[in-house]
Design a protein around this ligand. Structure first.
Ligand SMILES: [Zn+2]
Length: 111
């Protein structure tokens, strides 16, 4: 999971897992491990929304308690923090999820 979270092949740890921001490559460039059977579907997005929500509440509470910003300023901070946290966490969570599926050998069987 750790190797996947940093965007590396779960098998060898050196090849790249992603070919784009969230596009998982078909095969590892170093060890030729196949990734196309590990379909994560909506789980990374769901976990990211959960994590962003859990992280935002204490951050915003502390920010509001300390700085007492105007509502419009607070709303702006919420939007910016939500976008940044989502963009950072989504790739980490998706990589970790592919790594988890690889570790338990949970392959897409075409259902
Ligand atoms: Zn590899």
């Amino acid at each position: 999971m750790g190797r996947g979270a940093i965007g590396r092949c779960p098998n060898c740890g050196t090849g790249k897992l992603f070919t784009g921001y969230l596009t998982v490559g078909d095969r590892c460039s170093d060890c030729d491990e196949s990734f196309k059977e590990y379909k994560t579907a909506d789980m990374p997005a769901l976990l990211t929304m959960l994590l962003v929500g859990v992280l935002l509440v204490p951050i915003l509470w502390a920010g509001f308690a300390v700085f007492r910003p105007e509502p419009l300023v607070l709303f702006s901070y919420i939007i910016v923090l939500t976008v940044i946290l989502t963009l950072v966490l989504l790739r980490l969570v998706k990589g970790a999820h592919v790594g988890y599926f690889w570790a338990i050998e949970e392959r897409d069987r075409g259902a």
